[in-house]
Design a protein around this ligand. Structure first.
Ligand code: 0PR
Length: 371
């Protein structure tokens, strides 16, 4: 490092040049994160120095974490759900699989996941040394329940379903999977990292939560559609005993055991996540989520008017299209799925004006192509 420090002004002008190199959110159409809500930023700043890894030092912040879990548990039809704030979907999924493995006590366990599962499950299976079995999807990009049944055997310690898939925004037949899991006595984890903050605010949304008896754990990320600061994920469990299966002794801390994966854990983003839910309430969240769905539909119709067909009608605000003949103008940051379908995530920062500007750009190319 430098032997002598530099003046604050120079330091921050250097940082500003770096920040300018980052993409402007107005053009980011590929991300499942968004600009944090202003109340999340304010709350994060207030709790910046807190560490939930030693909660006895920060009992006020720790109570905010319990409130966050309780609010989301209630939203997911189980006010008694337990859990904790993770760093995001990856940690939640790793922890769910650890719990499933620990509680099953099977010598050579396997985990059954849909082909559409996020790559964090690959990391999780690799880390904990369990076999990962993937199940193909049906034509509507949801997991095939019959094929799912074929993959389960007496060594299956965990079944996984996705509520809002990363690439196509689809919800698996969670009700059917939960029934199978319940009948077979297999731990069932639902990855609602994205959909968990969307589906509760939609009318006629497919069921995915603790209202289904087989669902044992749910991952949901406030740092995605919950508009909190990063990092903010949550892992919720139906049974406290399951969470406690991960407990290790922490003799010199203010609490004598912990079940989390990280040791030091940010309180700032937990306060940020709770701030958004408290400030907006159900109705405020509903308005934002419904706005995102409306924008998804508008984008789909606009693209269709140029002959660019949607791949599926998504359950959440992730739109996918057959690859356009002309490339998307480079100022727009879009993404492509493993099947090379154009993918656009209609997050809150991708508001109606952004969608129109994007469609105008695509439209210009369309006109150039047809004349
Ligand atoms: N489960 C699902 C269904 C997800 O979509 C994701 C991430 C995860 C788990 C893992 O969550 P964390 O990344 O919080 O650990 N989905 C996004 C993705 O991989 C994450 C993302 C967000 C990537 C913003 C890029 C980006 O710019 O696409």
């Amino acid at each position: 490092m430098r032997s002598k420090g530099i003046p604050e002004e120079d330091l921050f002008s250097f940082f500003e040049t770096k920040k300018l190199q980052d993409k402007n959110h107005l053009y980011i159409l590929s991300s499942m994160c968004t600009l944090p809500h202003p109340v999340a930023v304010k709350a994060h700043a207030l709790f910046m120095e807190t560490n939930l890894g030693d909660p006895g030092l920060f009992p006020g912040t720790a109570s905010l974490e319990r409130m966050l879990i309780s609010r989301i548990g209630t939203l997911f039809h189980n006010p008694d759900a337990c859990g904790y704030a993770t760093t995001g979907g990856t940690e939640s999924n790793i922890q769910a699989l650890r719990i499933a493995r620990a509680t099953a006590g099977i010598p050579s366990p396997n985990v059954v996941i849909p082909e559409s599962a996020h790559f964090s499950f690959k990391k999780a299976c690799d880390m904990i040394g369990v076999e990962m079995r993937t199940v193909p999807l049906t034509r509507d990009y949801r997991v095939d329940c019959d094929r799912y049944m074929d993959s389960i055997d007496s060594n299956t310690c965990c079944m996984v379903g996705i509520a809002g898939s990363t690439e196509y925004g689809m919800v698996d037949p969670i009700r059917d999977l939960a029934a199978i899991a319940h009948r077979e006595g297999i731990f069932f984890h639902v990855d609602a990292a994205f959909g968990g903050m969307v589906l509760p605010f939609l009318k006629d949304a497919p069921e995915f939560d603790f209202s289904l008896p087989g669902v044992m754990s749910i991952a949901v990320d406030p740092h995605k559609m919950g508009m909190s600061t990063i990092p903010a994920g949550c892992l919720l469990l139906r049974n406290e005993n399951d969470l406690c299966s991960l407990s290790v002794d922490t003799p010199y801390l203010t609490v004598k055991q912990e079940f989390t994966l990280s040791g030091t854990r940010p309180g700032g983003s937990v306060a940020g996540a709770l701030a958004v839910l408290e400030y907006l309430g159900y109705e405020g969240m509903e308005a934002i989520v419904q706005g995102c769905m409306k924008n998804t539909r508008r984008l789909t119709h606009g693209m269709e008017s140029y002959g660019i067909r949607p791949v599926v009608i998504p359950d959440v605000n992730v739109a996918t299209f057959e690859t356009p003949e002309t490339p998307v103008p480079s100022r727009w940051q879009v993404s492509y799925t493993r099947n090379n379908h154009l993918r656009i995530v209609c997050m809150p920062h991708v508001h109606a004006g952004v969608i129109e500007a994007f469609l105008d750009d695509i439209g210009e190319q369309y006109v150039e192509k047809t004349y």
